[in-house]
Design a protein around this ligand. Structure first.
Ligand SMILES: Cc1ncc(C[n+]2csc(CCOP(=O)(O)OP(=O)(O)O)c2C)c(N)n1
Length: 646
């Protein structure tokens, strides 16, 4: 078969070890082929693009110089790992990227031996790499460990904790700081400004110039070798960087798109016996694809797009997204109350707070990828009488658990938590699943916890939170569009701890917590076709529970179901505890909590995950029928709707 020159080398690579044998010229060609392949694939699937485009040459160079997978190569966050995946036997699976049973959008130990560490959340790579370096040393295994971390990810506390630890050891750890001067948006903070100064004050060093400037500060082995080869010294620079103060050998800045610069630096660091090293590589997010290079977000995360124009396929939406309803509602509240401020952790557009910032630039704070700090920072502002809204995705709020307990709840500080992406998130998979906040926040005293059943309720919850000053309050809402209800011009204050009866019946009560009230209403309709009259309640509150309402439901129904898009330990567990403690389960009442099963589900669409979890209307019906009716008709329904869940 005739190979197209475009992918001649890539297509004939059978094993990544062959990259080590390629000539310098072939490596350049391979990088071009990987870039084309990446653009082509992601244009058909959507996914993370800009970050991957920026590390094409780096990925090729790393696989050429290092002996992967024996040498451990960790990609922080993992969203930039697509070129690495293309180079490590996964090119042909790219059309199933982020789809059910397809490739993960991040690195994953189960997926490939070339992914030594699973990622998704940022700033873990130096810690994991240090652990591997120490592990290798103690088991007397010779290997290199390389952690590639972006300048955005370098803003998180974990990265500094790891550097602090690594710098005091002589670990064989190589940290590559991939500095593209971008996070998802323009990065903020002093570190970002420091890196910019470092790059601008120290242009890429010429071979001769650097050879001359090598000082006694370099370890002896470098000093000796540097005399022998000028090439060795390319890109090396020493003297006074923060990283050196922390105990790293600092190397850079190095042009991350220039293999002539990258390869000798990587080889020499590989061949040294010391460590830890920090190689400061400067790259461009979106490199080599104009629409990405020119985009404000540098094509961080994209849908399918037209390769020629870069235009992304628009999804036709019937309703505003929950994120945008949150943003508009908060803007409305902030117009009335100048104490309202907003905090996010490097997610301006993801949280919708970019719009808030347009209205109130001085009242919006991007703290960097620093969820822990975001929460305690907000606690401090609350101490001074401000009304902080901290907008963090459910999954990233996990990072700030101690801060929520110790700095906020224990002191009863009125910090408002806007928890976006609660429940299944779809293509980003289990690292990003917002499945745990009901459980982990539910365990904390003093918290008020709410979940919005639709976008109008979300608006009400923003208004309610703005008015609530007694302590912390949180509201969760899912990824994606609302259900399409009419949005009143302003939000209403909801009475704390009061649920709302949506439909009254007599036999089964369905207690819905969150955005799946519609499924519960549909389930009720089907149950009524089986002759079972249903009450449906929008619980609104996990904490405090509407105890009076639940007691009434328990006393007047045969079966109570709770439905939530959250894992074990959440709403259903709180209802169960209440029922049991109040002897409401000692009589004829049956109770069945429906929740996300106790397992990690791989990426799939939100809809697929929801069905797989047994939370769709047919599963609700089947669970109810199984609990109270067993005849031929219901058995068939139960069998065909409950037993096939993955
Ligand atoms: C703990 C955590 N918070 C937020 C995110 C969302 N997030 C994914 S990538 C990213 C920006 C990373 O910037 P950088 O490390 O510079 O990589 P780049 O995309 O610029 O290559 C953010 C904020 C995350 N993955 N993990």
């Amino acid at each position: 078969m005739n190979e197209t020159p475009k992918t001649a080398i890539l297509n004939r690579l059978e094993d990544p070890s062959e990259i080590r044998k390629l000539t310098h010229e072939e490596l350049g060609q391979l990088a071009n082929e990987v870039r084309s392949e990446l653009i082509d694939s992601v244009s058909k699937t959507g996914g993370h693009l800009g970050a991957g485009l920026g590390v094409v040459e780096l990925s090729v160079a790393l696989h050429h110089v290092f002996n992967t997978p024996h040498d451990r190569l960790i990609w922080d966050v993992g969203h930039q790992s697509y070129p690495h995946k293309i180079l490590t036997k996964r090119k042909d699976q790219f059309l199933n990227l982020r789809k059910k049973n397809g490739l993960s959008g991040f690195t994953n130990r189960q997926e490939s031996e070339f992914d030594p560490f699973g990622t998704g959340h940022s700033s873990t790579s130096i810690s994991a790499g240090l652990g591997m370096a120490v592990g290798s040393k103690l088991t007397q295994t010779e290997r290199n460990v390389i952690a590639v971390i972006g300048d955005g990810a370098m803003s998180a506390g974990m990265a500094y904790e790891a550097m602090n630890n690594a710098g005091a050891m002589d670990a064989r750890l190589i940290v590559i700081l991939n500095d593209n001067d971008m996070s998802i948006a323009t990065p903020t903070g002093a570190m970002s400004a420091y890196l910019a100064r470092l790059v601008s004050s120290r242009a890429y060093r010429s071979v001769r110039e650097v050879a001359k400037s090598i000082t006694q500060k370099l370890p002896a082995f470098i000093h000796d070798k540097a005399r022998k080869t000028e090439e060795y010294a390319r890109g090396f620079f020493t003297g006074g960087t923060l990283f050196e103060e922390l105990g790293f050998y600092y190397v850079g800045p190095v042009d991350g798109h220039n293999l002539d610069h990258l390869l000798p630096v990587l080889r020499n660091v590989r061949d040294s016996e010391n460590g830890p090293f920090l190689i400061h590589v400067v790259t461009k997010k979106g490199k080599g694809y104009k629409p990405a290079e020119n985009a404000k977000d540098k094509f961080h995360g994209v849908g399918k797009f037209n390769i020629i124009t870069g235009a992304q396929t628009k999804t036709i939406s019937n309703a505003p997204s929950y994120t945008s309803v949150f943003a508009s509602s908060l803007i409305n509240e902030a117009k009335k109350d100048d104490k309202i401020v907003a905090v996010h952790a490097a997610m301006p557009s993801g949280t919708g707070l970019d719009r808030f910032e347009e209205f109130f630039p001085k009242r919006c704070f991007d703290v960097g990828i620093a969820e822990q700090h975001a929460v305690t920072f907000a606690a401090g502002m609350a101490c001074e009488g401000l009304k902080p809204f901290v907008a963090i995705y459910s999954t990233f709020l996990q990072r700030a658990y101690d801060q929520i307990i110790h700095d906020v709840a224990l002191q009863k500080l009125p910090v408002r938590f806007a928890i976006d992406r609660a429940g299944f998130v779809g293509a980003d998979g289990p690292t990003h699943a917002g499945n745990y906040d009901n459980a982990f926040l539910g365990a904390i005293p003093n918290m008020v916890l709410m979940a919005a059943s639709n976008e109008a309720e979300l608006q009400n919850m923003v208004t309610t939170s703005a008015a609530y000053n007694e302590g912390p309050i949180a509201f969760r809402y899912p990824r994606g569009e609302g259900v399409g209800v009419e949005l009143p011009s302003k939000g209403e204050i909801i009475e704390i701890g009061k649920g709302c009866i949506v439909k009254e019946g007599s036999s089964i009560a369905i207690l819905s917590y969150g955005a799946h009230l519609e499924q519960c209403l549909k389930a009720a309709k089907i149950l009524e076709s089986f002759g079972l009259s249903c009450t449906v309640v929008d619980a609104r509150f996990l904490k405090p529970l509407d105890e009076k309402l639940i007691t009434d439901l328990a006393n007047n129904h045969e079966l109570l179901l709770s439905v939530e898009e959250g894992g074990i330990g959440g709403f259903g567990s709180h209802v169960a505890t209440f029922l049991a403690q109040n002897a409401l389960l000692d009589g004829k009442l049956k109770f069945r909590p429906l929740m996300i099963p106790d397992r990690f589900d791989e990426h799939a669409t939100q809809q697929q995950l929801y069905q797989q979890a047994g939370l769709d209307e047919k599963s609700i019906v089947a669970t109810a029928l199984k609990a109270i009716k067993a005849d031929d008709k219901t058995s068939n329904f139960i069998n065909s709707n409950l037993d096939n869940k993955a």
